[in-house]
Design a protein around this ligand. Sequence first.
Ligand SMILES: *Cc1c(COP(=O)(O)O)cnc(C)c1O
Length: 409
Amino acid sequence: MKNKPIYLDYQATTPCDPRVFAIMAPYFTEVFGNAASRSHAYGWEAEDAVSKARAQVANALGATEKEIIFTSGSTEAINLALKGVVDMYGKKDAACPGHIVTSLAEHKAVLDTCKHLETQGVEVTYLKPDRTGRHSAAQVAEALRDDTLLVAIMWVNNEVGSINPIEDIGKLCKERGVLFFSDATQAVGKIPIDVEAAGVDLLCLSGHKVYGPKGVGALYVRRRKPRVRLVAQMDGGGHERGMRSGTLNVPAIVGLGAACELAVQELDKDRAHSRALRDRFEKIIFENLDHVHINGDPEHRVDLCSNLSFSYVEGESLIMGISGLAVSSGSACTSASLEPSHVLMSMGVGDELAHSSIRFGFGRFATDSDVDEAAKETIAAVKKLRELSPLYEMVQEGIDLSTVTWTAH
Ligand SMILES: *Cc1c(COP(=O)(O)O)cnc(C)c1O
């Protein structure tokens, strides 16, 4: 590709770290065995590699190896967790098998799985996040019912980077005897994760969000206090303790393991790097532009994320004006449509600011000069669009827009 834009969309996906790729490479060619082949060295070699990766993933979560199920990514892990819990613990032959509590700000993989479960009679409460995109344990507590099977609240939001109080929610769920699933796709490698301290029973992560390969992820399934059981959603050879049949993708699993190990080793370094870049970026933006809003919680926010709304500019024009930058307006999965982000809408951000929001992500391979160029382009584009905005002109003249009466012609 000619003149590739500067990549600042690390929440959508990350490049595979070259160190991870180097570790994966032999598993495509020389070490090609089927990890399920028990009768010869090719199989044993592959199985050893998978075991090592399982330990690396478990270690990144404070879990044990037997609690890790490899999947094709977070979407599959989410489907397995939610459907697997309902099938295992839901009331059979009842009009309503049970109840789930989740959030309007979840990723589509959770929301659409819940929608599917609703067609089977499951009742779902979709909690509205606060203005910063977070949920309190007290809010979750109010939604619990006698027939609640599961609470599904993400650890870190993919659009605004807000960090939920997972330990509080985990404690509540333990007290009330309700299973707790957390989508940690955006949390692993960004903040420390400990499933024990957090009281999480089920958790998912994805390789391509942590500098590993695409098409691989994992589901953590608690084995003690309580022992969580799931009904498999795929029938076949009974791989992964019967919970996920299908020949293991050994190279990708090796890559996921290596990526998780690096994420642990480099957590502090990655965080400091992201924080420095984001601070640099936001400082330049706020010094040069007025009427810019941070979406999300400025305090409880992962270091790499800066989701900003620019008043008095039109979102689509802004995205076109910063074509030298690879960023997202809202979430990458929905930016093909003109619908404003469901996350920002659920937070009560409002149509206009939701439409003019841009998500910047400053990940492992972003540099100071990327930041400076991104800030420069953004400032130029916003200023140019505002020059064309009659509203912005009125604000500059000191007119309070809330007092203006608009008439339609
Ligand atoms: C990317 C993402 C997913 C989907 O993960 P895949 O591995 O691509 O299926 C789910 N949840 C969140 C929060 C994500 O950021």
